[in-house]
Design a protein around this ligand. Structure first.
Ligand code: SF4
Length: 90
């Protein structure tokens, strides 16, 4: 039981996100977003605006943009990034 618990908390520095358990996968993504340098991070209100545009876009599938293959929550979190569609939505 204790060993099982410690395995859940282990960090694998050589794993890709896709190799991790789904819970860890998303936890890592949100930790990455939360840890972004404020100098490059999208302000909260603009971030929500971007995500709302993605939510109404037919290219969004399971949180991923079908144009670029990115998780939109990560792409939108960096201020300099833009929607990759030919007709940009943000
Ligand atoms: S095409 Fe643009 S708006 Fe649509 S899901 Fe991708 S990033 Fe979001």
């Amino acid at each position: 039981m204790q060993e099982e618990q410690s395995n859940k908390n282990r960090i694998c520095k050589k794993c890709l996100l896709r190799d991790m358990q789904e819970g860890e996968y998303f936890k890592n993504m949100y930790e990455y977003i939360a840890g972004l340098d404020p100098q490059i991070k999208t302000p909260d209100s603009l971030y929500e605006e971007r995500l709302n545009l993605c939510k109404s876009c037919d290219k969004l599938v399971n949180g991923m943009c079908r144009v670029c293959g990115c998780f939109v929550e990560m792409r939108a979190a960096v201020a300099k990034n833009a929607c990759p569609a030919v007709e940009k939505r943000w």
